[in-house]
Design a protein. Structure first.
Length: 426
């Protein structure tokens, strides 16, 4: 599918966005192994999160979807059934990595696979610790989906994450629910903590001390009522759009402001962005609030080390903002981008250069000079949702209409994206 994007005179309005993708995945998986019904309001509309629901159903758990309200009838820690066929994760790395932690403890063999993009994404990072806990997992070429998981009685481990990854951490913690004794995960860099918060909400025995997370095996989870906040990663596209186009002002309601995700706002404000928060409150252990952004000149700067790990999903759209900033943007320590839905370092540079933007790919990052002008271009998402949305935002600042091929990739996380963008781009 090709979408045409016209330049915007301003980006204005007040909007609500779909539920947080990361949180929706975790709520659905934990609801499946909890005892009783869990109701999740504002569940993500993205295809990835609905791949998780499809896997939950295939494991014998009743799921009812009514718009963005999802009700899951959990059957308890030992209530999953052997699937009749291969579990399909679609494009979702979150689904295959996190659900594997639960599957590793089941008394049956399961297979889980995905689409062509997911089949290229390495899984060794979860396979190693789950094998140490006692599971037997085989994969194509030793690391690529499909995975075949022979569940087993697991034992707790003490594991230091070699690379910051909330998905790997979550896979181990979910397996730790079933493991004998305690399971400890140590982080050298703090990653998003939605799993720790969700596990507490469901009643797991979990403790967090700085960057050390400990979960006790044998916890019984209980169904509960939850609401996913709006996705800050989705909000990032509209915040950058407002910061790109003079005369813009955007308000985004009910956005998740978890401190492990809100680095985005800290970095933007540090670069000179005019952003403020309103109506901040806590719901279900997660901070939420309204974000208001108005156009302001952006200095640019560098993203590296711990900050890169915290902003890994937002780098595509921040690269667009960097090109228009005063000083440009340098990104380092972002080798993880090479193994996302695409090699995002390569696809960011490719699409920037199509607009006449100078950009250099590093082995683990990007260098983008500032004070550049955007030319209209024919973009390609290369099947990557964040690339599609980032360059739709870039197109708003171009000197004429642009097109995006394979634009449907946005539906992985945000099916309503283009309609919402049209609503606020004047």
């Amino acid at each position: 599918m090709q979408v045409k994007i016209f330049p915007a005179g301003a980006v204005t309005g007040s909007i609500s966005l779909p539920g947080d993708k990361s949180i929706s995945h975790r709520y659905a998986m934990l609801a499946a192994i909890a005892e009783g019904v869990t109701a999740i309001e504002n569940y993500s509309t993205g295809a990835d999160c609905h791949s998780t629901l499809a896997c939950v159903r295939a494991l014998g758990i009743p799921v009812k979807v009514d718009g963005t309200l999802v009700r899951i009838e959990g059957r308890g820690m030992n209530g999953l059934l052997a699937p009749a066929g291969c579990l399909e994760a679609g494009n979702s790395g979150s689904t295959i990595r996190m659900l594997s932690g639960i599957l590793a403890a089941q008394p049956f063999v399961s297979r889980i696979a995905g689409d062509e993009s997911l089949a290229r994404r390495p899984m060794a990072r979860i396979m190693r610790p789950l094998a140490q806990m006692g599971a037997s997992i085989s994969a194509r070429e030793g690391q690529f989906p499909p995975l075949e998981i022979h569940g087993a009685k697991l034992a707790g481990i003490d594991y230091t994450l070699p690379v910051p990854s909330a998905q790997v951490k979550t896979s181990i913690l979910f397996a730790g629910l079933y493991a004998a004794g305690e399971t400890v995960v140590r982080e050298t860099v703090r990653s998003r903590d939605h799993s720790e918060i969700a596990l507490r909400q469901f009643g797991a025995n979990i403790s967090v001390e700085r960057r050390v997370i400990t979960i006790q095996g044998g916890s019984e989870l209980k169904g509960c009522e939850l609401a996913a906040p709006s996705d800050l990663s989705s909000a990032a596209f509209f915040l950058v759009a407002a910061l790109l186009i003079p005369g813009s002002r955007i308000s985004i309601r009910g956005v998740g402001l978890n401190p492990t995700r809100a680095t985005l706002l800290d970095v933007l404000v540090g670069m000179g962005a005019n952003i403020r928060l309103a109506n901040v409150e806590q719901k279900g252990g997660e901070m939420i609030g309204e974000i208001i952004a108005e156009y302001a000149p952006i200095r640019g700067g560098a993203i590296e080390k711990d900050v890169t790990a915290a902003l890994i999903d937002e780098i595509p759209v921040l690269a667009v903002l960097g090109a228009s900033s005063e000083e440009g943007l340098t990104v380092r320590d972002a080798g993880e981008l090479r193994i996302k839905e695409t090699d995002r370092i390569a696809t960011i540079v490719d699409n920037l250069q199509r607009m006449g933007i100078a950009a250099e790919a590093l082995h683990d990052g990007l260098v983008i000079p500032g004070k550049q002008k955007f030319r209209a271009a024919a973009f390609d998402s290369f099947g990557d949702h964040r690339i599609a949305m980032a360059f739709a935002v870039a197109a708003l600042a171009a000197d004429g209409p642009s097109t995006i091929d394979n634009a449907e990739a946005a539906s992985v996380s945000f099916p309503e994206f283009y309609d919402t963008l049209k609503q606020v781009a004047q």
